[in-house]
Design a binder for this molecule. Structure first.
Ligand SMILES: *Cc1c(COP(=O)(O)O)cnc(C)c1O
Length: 418
């Protein structure tokens, strides 16, 4: 017999009330049009008004690019709404082949495989790749789906171990690697897992340092670069391009002439810079991708990426590869925004990414500021505890190549009015 207090309805009301009392209750905003530099936001009174958008991951402005939209429509016409099947039964369409080829050439890997989201990609890779005797070592600020994917691996396969190192603390990573090497239960592969770009700080993982440690301890390196695609590196390949780690091989000494080894596997999303629709992928060796096709539970039991998304995202990546000047424009916007925000007297975290967090400290203050900004026509989200540490609440401004200098001026004017 369960008690009344433990029944679902009563305890759910309790949870929701507590969220409201502590200022953590989220109200969803409804947008009545495409994602772009400006968006049509529905007002509480039912009206719609145009506001500047500085909180989407539409880093290259491709979400509403006419060519991307057209490719999606064309895919829908040619292939219908979807596959009505998982990939291995009858769900692999030619657009899947095309986009996986494009992703591999974009990322500089042998092969890639798509999923309905990057969340799913992370749920596929760790439980499939890790075997009993392996250990997964993860940065403490890694994205929630990496954390859950690793947890799932440890639950599904008894004997898969996991541990966490302090954020971007490579002395701590070394200590965890030493402990793994000395652990008699760790008889298999050591894995190190990190975000390329961290979403709340906007900082980047020091991939050469991590690669060096991986080489020393014979570990495999997996990077989730969801916020790095289209943003990092001269041609927007990601954080590995930023560090000159394209195509050097795991142990370094490469055809490209630098000594830094490469990343073994990537996970990534198509739902941010790469078209913004949905979808995720794993990219890496043909061998690893083949294992995912044969053994990955999400690959075996979950539907394929809709063909329309495969077509629109494929077009988005092709545009990115053809037009590296988009990445350059994003970089110019990021530099301009950071310097103007700073000149206006705000404390913005420094980094080369498109994520510009302004630290304000108090959660209620961050929420109050984001509400005021929206009144002023600028859509920016305030993040507080428990999404970020207590006392480190922030406004997270995200820049896009779709922004013009006048948009940045309007953002800074609104910030000044706070
Ligand atoms: C946004 C994000 C994801 C989620 O991607 P979806 O395709 O929306 O599931 C996964 N990993 C990281 C690091 C992200 O930033």
């Amino acid at each position: 017999m369960t008690t009344t207090a433990a029944s679902f309805d009563a305890r759910t009301d309790d949870v929701l009330r507590k969220l409201e009392e502590t200022g953590q209750y989220k109200t969803l905003q409804t947008i009545d049009g495409p994602m772009d530099a400006t968006i049509r936001l529905r007002d509480p009174d039912g009206g719609v008004r145009e506001v500047l958008c500085f909180c989407s991951n539409n880093y290259l402005g491709l979400a509403n690019d006419p060519r991307v939209v057209e490719a999606g429509i064309e895919g829908l016409r040619k292939f219908g709404a979807g596959t009505a099947s998982v990939r291995f039964i009858c769900g692999t369409f030619s657009p899947h082949e095309a986009i996986e080829h494009t992703i591999a050439s974009y990322m500089g890997t042998e092969a890639s495989y798509t999923f309905v989201s990057c969340w799913t990609a992370n749920e596929a890779i760790y439980p499939t790749f890790a075997e009993p005797g392996d250990i997964l070592i993860s940065d403490e600020l890694n994205h929630a789906c990496i954390i859950d994917g690793i947890r799932l691996a440890a639950v599904i396969k008894k004997g898969v171990k996991k541990t966490v190192y302090k954020h971007a603390d490579y002395a701590d990573l070394r200590a965890k690697l030493v402990a793994a090497a000395e652990d008699p239960e760790v008889t298999g592969q050591i894995w190190v897992v990190t975000d390329g770009v961290f979403s709340m700080e906007g900082d980047i993982a020091d991939l050469p340092a991590i690669r060096g440690l991986c080489d020393e301890f014979n570990a495999m390196l997996v990077v989730d670069d969801s916020h790095g695609h289209g943003v990092m590196g001269r041609t927007g390949r990601g954080t590995h391009e930023h560090f000159g780690m394209m195509g050097a091989g795991p142990s370094g000494g490469s055809a490209s002439g630098n000594d830094i080894g490469e990343v073994d596997f990537f996970t990534g999303t198509l739902g941010k810079a790469l078209g913004g629709g949905a979808g995720g992928f794993v990219a890496g060796t043909s061998r690893g991708i083949e294992l995912l096709i044969q053994r990955g539970r999400p690959t075996l039991f979950s539907n394929a990426l809709p063909a329309t998304i495969a077509c629109s995202a494929n077009k988005a990546i092709e545009i990115l590869m053809d037009e590296p000047e988009r990445v350059e424009k994003l970089r110019t916007n990021v530099d301009l925004a950071r310097s103007k925000i700073r000149a206006a007297g705000f404390d913005v975290l420094d980094s080369p990414t498109a994520i510009c967090p302004i630290i304000v400290g108090d959660t209620a203050e961050a929420i109050r500021m984001s509400k005021r900004l929206l009144e002023l026509g600028v859509f920016v989200i305030g993040f507080g505890y428990p999404v970020v540490p207590e006392g480190a609440a922030r406004l997270r401004i995200q820049m896009s190549a779709a922004h013009e200098p006048s948009h940045i001026d309007a953002l800074v004017d609104a910030l000044k009015k706070l």
